[in-house]
Design a protein around this ligand. Sequence first.
Ligand SMILES: Cc1cc2nc3c(=O)[nH]c(=O)nc-3n(C[C@H](O)[C@H](O)[C@H](O)COP(=O)(O)OP(=O)(O)OC[C@H]3O[C@@H](n4cnc5c(N)ncnc54)[C@H](O)[C@@H]3O)c2cc1C
Length: 502
Amino acid sequence: MSNRQTSTDVILIGAGIMSATLGTLLKQLVPDWEITVFEKLANAGEESSNEWNNAGTGHAALCELNYTTEKPDGSVDVSKAIKINEQFQVSMQFWSYLVNSNLIRNPQDFIAPLPHMSFVQGKKDVSFLKKRFKALSNNPLFRNMEFSDDPDKLMEWIPLMMKDRPANEPIAATRIESGTDVNFGALTRILFEQLNGQGVDIKYKHSVDNIKRTSDGSWELKVRNVDTGSAEYHAAKFVFIGGGGGSLHLLQKSGIPEGKHIGGFPVSGLFMVCNNPEVIERHHAKVYGKAKVGAPPMSVPHLDTRFIGNKKSLLFGPFAGFSPKFLKSGSMFDLITSVKPDNLVTMLAAGAKNIPLTKYLIQQVMLSKEKRMEELREFIPNAKSEDWDLVIAGQRVQVIKDTDAGKGTLQFGTEVISAADGSIAALLGASPGASTAVSVMLEVITKCFPQYMEAWEPKIKEMIPSYGASLLANAELTEEVQASSARSLGLSGEDLPVEMHA
Ligand SMILES: Cc1cc2nc3c(=O)[nH]c(=O)nc-3n(C[C@H](O)[C@H](O)[C@H](O)COP(=O)(O)OP(=O)(O)OC[C@H]3O[C@@H](n4cnc5c(N)ncnc54)[C@H](O)[C@@H]3O)c2cc1C
């Protein structure tokens, strides 16, 4: 490559929540490192992190039934739920630190308290929910969770869902008041604004087209100015590929061996949005149901109150579907061009194994609005078609890799892939996603900067008091961090200090 224009300490590719979080963490740890961000779109948080492209659930496993599974002996495995909850507590502590340091002025701009509920129908699922409740509610992380199968109580909790509901089937719900609705788009924009204020160079409409290692071990990026089409070359000692669905192609271009034999499986999403203010007013919760048989875990249906642009909204979905694009603004060739000689066998194995899932996703894309209304009516029995519109949500790219379970195994979590020397890392996958951004970016830091971890630990502990400790094993610490996060983020019902509203 040639005509190098800049050389910095860190380059972040993509202006989504992951790069925003990593940049913010690094600026706190080493303020004098130079950071440059390249984003191909015109603004931050326009892809999956945008508020209309994801469900805005602060995933803490308070309501998502797919994070707890029934074991063959009938007991409920809560280990994943605990891990996800602990990761969310890490995010909450970091956001609180940013509020307390005045780097975020108004937490209400991105986070709101909202009860999280699980709702099930039928004897079998009611029995599972009861067992799940028993397994979780004694745990300090899930304290104050309530269970009810009493229709009167449920009418109090979810009047919109109970009205006109036939009384012929057992139903039950759990409810926990300490859930949240998070506007990840707003948070991403806030974080990039404060990064800009701290001297981070953010170049919008700049698409990274290639990544090459240079002879001195750093990385040189070929960057296309989207407006002029001209090519620029920028180098950095450390590169984070935070391109969301675009990360896999960039990882492949870097050529690092850790990026081989990995593929991506795109899953599109769609929400129904209520346009009737009277209906919107009658619901106040995030209510998660059970995924349909054959459906992937990310298409668990839920009826969510959302707070977007200072307005209360009501969304149902997401309906998963199939599209070969890896980003909402991506290309129809994304899937096919991600198949390389090194991942061909992995991809073919995944293709063969996932024919039923692919068929399911294609069928989902073809669903008429009336068919989608039928699914909504399992939540709101008297829902009217004219009250609901369809909006396209973000694109997720699930990781496919060879595991002990066999070649071409589809993964539903997030994966940090980094070079052995820590000079480059990429984030793949999308679940539990934005809620766990702080833990996942701390993983990037731990993997890529092991030589600094001892020196950085006191600052990390200042930002995240529970860092390095198990919340599960320490009820007192759990209570302390939960109460202090709730206070700082304005979730406890107490008023925020006046200057934070300014
Ligand atoms: C339907 C749906 C529902 C979801 N619900 C939730 C939820 O309720 N809670 C939750 O926590 N998470 C949820 N998620 C997951 C969450 O949205 C993602 O995990 C998160 O937003 C990913 O952030 P990111 O920064 O990695 O990617 P993105 O936000 O997609 O950002 C990547 C950025 O990189 C840019 N980019 C890509 N390629 C290039 C390139 N070559 N050059 C320059 N820029 C590039 C893109 O334009 C984009 O701006 C959901 C996702 C979807 C799709």
